[in-house]
Design a protein. Structure first.
Length: 165
């Protein structure tokens, strides 16, 4: 059994890595957002887009992120291979903490684009696998599952990111 100090150290390292990924993601988002300030927006209120997104999610995402967007157990702790399990996309995860544009870029180009090419993950990049419309649809499906409160908080994150442009 691991000692308290060892568990604490693991959690601190995981938190530091999460902060680095978040900062890198925002930096990449900043660099990739069009100069006119028009960032990509998800369409969680469009029933047709959300329905397509559900199909894409079932076929491409649910095996890792769960049928109910619940993610894998212990998703904040690295596994025996040193990889983080798939996080939830429901409100218990951090997906809603990111602007729409960042979510799109992570899905299309992969986490490595934001965290560095040496970042080890099982999350594939979907460039060339899914169209941009399918990526928007699946992310819109995820966003549509959040409560009004979480969607409102995430919308503030979107607006804040746009103001920084």
């Amino acid at each position: 059994m691991k000692g308290t100090k060892e568990i604490f150290g693991l959690r601190v390292r995981t938190l530091v890595l999460a902060i680095i990924v978040l900062v890198a993601g925002f930096g990449a988002w900043w660099a990739l957002t069009p100069a006119d300030g028009q960032a990509l927006r998800l369409r969680a209120d469009d029933r047709a887009v959300v329905a397509l997104g559900k199909q894409v999610y079932v076929n491409q995402c649910a095996a890792c992120h769960g049928a109910r967007l619940e993610g894998q157990p212990d998703w904040k702790l690295r596994n025996a291979q040193g990889l983080l399990p798939a996080p939830p996309h429901d409100e218990s995860g951090h997906t809603w903490h990111h602007p729409d544009q960042v979510l799109f870029e992570i899905t299309k180009y992969g986490v490595q684009r934001f965290a560095g090419s040496d970042y080890a993950t099982t999350m594939p990049r979907y460039e060339g696998v899914l169209t941009d419309e399918q990526i928007v649809a699946v992310l819109s499906y995820v966003k549509a599952s959040w409560s009004d409160a979480a969607r409102s908080r995430q919308e503030l994150i979107n607006e804040s990111a746009l103001r920084r442009r």
